[in-house]
Design a binder for this molecule. Sequence first.
Ligand SMILES: [Zn+2]
Length: 307
Amino acid sequence: MGPSRLAIAFCGAALLAFAWHAPNPPRRVCVTIDDLPVQNAPAADARGISRRLLDALGKHRIPAIGFVTEQRGASPAVTREILNMWLDAGMELGNHTASHFDANRVPLERFAADVAAGEPITRELLGARRKSLRYFRHPFLHTGADAATKEGLAGYLSQQGYEVAPVTFDNQEWVFAGAYERAFQKADTAGMRRVAAAYVNYMEENFAFFEKRSREVLGREPAQTLLIHCNRLNADHFDAVARRLERRGYSFVSLAAALSDEAYRLPDPYIGPKGLSWLHRWGLAKGLPIAMEPAEPEWVARLLAAD
Ligand SMILES: [Zn+2]
């Protein structure tokens, strides 16, 4: 090896050592929780599920936001009580429509009416605390299957003063949550344990996938936005997911803090029926094809589909 090649090898090694030791910018994630007052479980269990989920969020000092479907899951009185629990715990609330309509399936006028019908309780409780209703989360992350719907819906939301809450860490948590609830209803504690263990591992695989995807699309990792739901699985096991996030170097931030990352100013050119992570949408804007996400194990999906 000549001196110049030696120098190159040395420089390479030095660069590698630098890259190895260079501190990563701190990872940040906002936890967003859809389908309050409760997803998938009997209304009688709704209070307990929120109580335990809020305990887990409090334990990790997570400033989460809950997205509410006011006319779904529980009676107005129980919904009101649960939303107050969330506000008392210092969490934020946003609108997720009254009935969880799918923008791919109902006309825009009907969808917009359901957005408005999803406001009164949340707006009143926020107002009592001098807060305002600011954020909207699309059910199924469906933002419009054709150009007219997408433009019309975006126009309606911004006219009503809403800021859309995107998701980067999209996932199949709802499949695990459905299987977990079914196992619970059958008093199958071994099944619940198996699903929960698979869930926590799957979520970590999903985080790693989207961290890599972030670097491919943006050249860096933005403040991430995680989507989960208000269900029994997270009441029992989100603590373990939060510990995995902490181990990956994440600190938990509010939605406003996450959305101040300039990545969220990038265009979302996607028009179609899918509910896509915004990382895929930003990738499409840069001409990158949608990458395959990690899938849930087949046995979990089978458990959900079983009678
Ligand atoms: Zn939802």
